[in-house]
Design a protein around this ligand. Structure first.
Ligand SMILES: *Cc1c(COP(=O)(O)O)cnc(C)c1O
Length: 363
């Protein structure tokens, strides 16, 4: 396709042609064995993106956006008589605290400002003080700012204190490293249309299989209860209508990921792109919002230059074929974000930098 707009927002992503074409395959009834085979194939591929997870974790497919998977994870796995400790430093951590509150489950929240790292000292203190805490809940890559949270350290605390960790990996799964055993990770939630380069409509939760045998579901919800999905998906079926054509696309995107070298290769590709973006903008005097070493390879946030508004910048880039992303909340007018997930190559980034250069010369 000529002159396709490049999406630099954190999902949905610019698709490759093969993933787009995959949606054109034959219509399928989800109660037929052809669909079951497709679903089982996707589940197997998702579970082995991280080799460490392949044996003990089950990928449970849901039809819904990333938030659907996150809410299903919290709804099903945080016990009504347990207690959650939610660690927040951005929109997505705060959203999970809202979910646990909405589910009427006991929780504590350790809040940091959006520009700050997670407060791990406070996390450790709270767990030590309060034996009722059963689950720690956090965001791996906080897309609000682009910070890659120190989940390895948080996980060490969880492992040491024998508390389960639940992670929102919606914007990191498939690109950033995830440690499963060392973090005492019980489950993580993710989506088809961020670092996996699929189409929006399917999300999933990787859950430690032993959970299903050791305790009942905690879900006070029908659609978001992972247990019936777990049971029916053993044979590839789903309790509700799954997004069939989106499944084709995800299947193709997973094969493509494997052919390109899997998560480690995707990490390296993103690293190259994000470095290029950071260095290019730095040369034009545009500074990162966080310290450079705090970022994921997936998304970078920048301070908006004094000579432009976000709207002006966004419109100029959009006219030139690039969609960037605004800041959220209090940072709406002071930062902008550039994600590099999806079908994006180095020459796209060179064209992007060229646009920034033009903008700089005009003002
Ligand atoms: C995008 C995102 C979500 C929400 O995903 P939706 O598909 O918009 O529901 C949740 N958490 C993080 C970290 C994200 O980046």
């Amino acid at each position: 396709m000529m002159n396709q707009t490049i999406l630099l927002n954190p999902g949905p992503v610019t698709l490759t042609e093969r993933v787009r074409q995959a949606m054109q395959r034959e219509d399928l009834c989800h109660r037929e064995p052809e669909f079951a085979e497709l679903a089982l194939n996707i589940k197997a591929r998702l579970a082995k993106i991280y080799p460490e997870a392949a044996k003990d974790y089950e990928a449970i497919l849901l039809t819904g956006s990333g938030t659907c998977a996150v809410e299903a994870m919290l709804s099903t796995l945080v016990p009504q008589d347990g207690k959650a400790l939610v660690v927040t430093n951005g929109v997505y951590g705060e959203r999970m605290a809202k979910m646990v509150t909405a589910h009427g489950k006991p929780l504590e929240v350790v809040t940091s400002q959006w520009h700050e790292p997670m407060n791990l000292t406070e996390v450790e203190n709270r767990i030590t003080r309060d034996a009722a805490i059963t689950h720690v809940i956090a965001v791996h890559h906080e897309t609000t700012t682009g910070r890659l949270n120190d989940v390895a350290k948080l996980g060490q605390i969880c492992k040491h204190q024998n508390v389960a960790l639940l992670l929102d990996c919606v914007s990191s799964f498939g690109a950033e490293a995830i440690e499963f055993d060392a973090c005492n990770l019980e489950a993580c939630a993710a989506t088809a249309n961020k670092c996996l380069h699929g189409v929006p409509g399917i999300s999933f939760v990787l859950v430690k299989r032993s959970v299903f045998d050791s305790r009942p579901s905690a879900a006070a919800s029908v659609y978001l209860d992972l247990y019936p999905y777990y049971k029916e998906q053993q044979q590839g079926y789903s309790p509700f209508t799954p997004a069939v054509h989106v499944s084709y696309a995800l299947h193709e995107a997973l094969i493509e990921l494997e052919e390109l070298g899997g998560q480690i290769a995707r990490y390296r590709h993103y690293h190259t792109l994000s470095q290029k973006i950071k260095q290019g903008l730095k040369q034009l005097g545009i500074e990162t919002f966080l310290d450079e070493q705090d970022y994921s390879v997936v998304l970078t946030s920048f301070n908006l230059p004094a000579n432009t508004t976000y709207e002006q910048l966004h419109q100029f880039l959009k006219k030139n074929g690039f969609v960037i992303y605004a800041g959220q909340g209090g940072f709406k007018r002071s930062i902008f974000r550039i994600a590099n997930m999806g079908n994006i190559q180095s020459d796209d980034i060179e064209r992007l930098l060229n646009c920034f250069h033009q903008l700089n010369q005009r003002s």
